[in-house]
Design a protein around this ligand. Structure first.
Ligand SMILES: Nc1ncnc2c1ncn2[C@@H]1O[C@H](COP(=O)(O)OP(=O)(O)OP(=O)(O)O)[C@@H](O)[C@H]1O
Ligand SMILES: [Mg+2]
Length: 265
């Protein structure tokens, strides 16, 4: 057996980038109606290449947390580090898919996916755009404009755009919420394939417990007012996961119990 060089803790072939160290003491929003503590004592370490899902009721601060990780929200007490460097603003190393798709309406589907790839040659850019449009099943819509698409299709374009940037950290805020059940299951499987191929760290917010247990290495359960981490559950199941499997359902039940425990407290 070969002796590991460099970082002894990183197994050979494992991703070395994309480690998040989150230590948010408090995130407040101050408005004319007073102040609201959206997040308190959020402490989390995410390993390079890990897939983390965040679940929790509406208003418990999931989007706020993702926006902090994306560098879009910088006014808070505490710090967040990516590979030892403090996150101080948005960066192409972190790609975000928002709760609402946010495509640029004056650009076609193809141009939206190509947006942000200007550093590539035209041939490379074209190949990449085709690849990711194929992946989300929208190649034949490449010349359409966002207003000509359904909500779910727009969301798939937004996912293709984020993936095309090949970020070290992919942040997804309820990316599949507007998709029909079958497309959602297909996109979940495809996201896993992309993740396994690209080895990026993924943080995905969802309301769907089954989705979280299907995708994640770790499920972070949040509770509201103020948003805190209630528990972190490991999903120690090999992939691809079988949704009808006994172990799968046991973990799904455990996540649900955590959510209910707060709601019924
Ligand atoms: N820009 C803002 N100004 C003031 N308050 C805000 C702002 N953004 C979020 N909040 C408040 O912070 C809290 C957390 O909001 P956030 O959007 O992070 O919740 P969420 O968990 O993503 O909810 P949902 O599941 O409905 O998307 C809420 O009480 C919300 O009203
Ligand atoms: Mg949200």
């Amino acid at each position: 057996m070969e002796k590991a060089k460099g970082n002894e803790l990183t197994p050979r072939g494992a991703p070395k980038k994309g480690a998040l160290h989150i230590a948010i003491a408090r995130k407040k929003f101050v408005g004319s109606q007073g102040s609201l503590t959206a997040l308190r004592d959020i402490s989390l370490r995410i390993r390079p290449g890990e897939f983390v899902c965040i679940v929790g009721g509406s208003g418990c601060g999931k989007t706020t947390l993702l926006r902090i990780l994306a560098g879009l929200e910088t006014q808070y007490e505490g710090s967040v580090f990516l590979d030892g460097r403090r996150i101080a603003g948005p960066d192409r190393n972190r790609g975000m898919v928002f709760q609402e798709h946010r495509l640029l309406p004056w650009l076609t589907v193809r141009e939206n996916v190509a947006f942000g790839l200007s550093r590539l040659s035209p041939a490379e850019r074209s190949g990449k755009v085709q690849h990711y449009l194929d992946l989300v099943g929208l190649r034949s819509f490449e010349r359409q404009y966002p207003h000509q698409l359904s909500g779910g299709m727009s969301q798939r374009v937004a996912i293709a755009r984020a993936l095309a940037g090949r970020p070290e950290v992919l942040l997804l805020d309820e990316p599949f919420a507007s998709l029909d059940a079958l497309t959602r299951i297909r996109m979940q499987a495809e996201l896993l394939q992309v993740w396994q191929a690209e080895r990026s760290t993924v943080v995905l917010v969802t309301h769907d417990i089954e989705e979280a247990v299907y995708l994640a290495d770790q499920v972070v359960v949040m509770s509201p007012q103020p948003g805190t981490i209630r528990n972190v559950l490991s999903v120690d199941l090999s992939r691809p996961r079988e949704r009808t499997n006994h172990q799968f359902n046991r973990i799904r039940r455990a996540v649900l119990d955590e959510l209910l425990a707060h709601a019924l407290a």
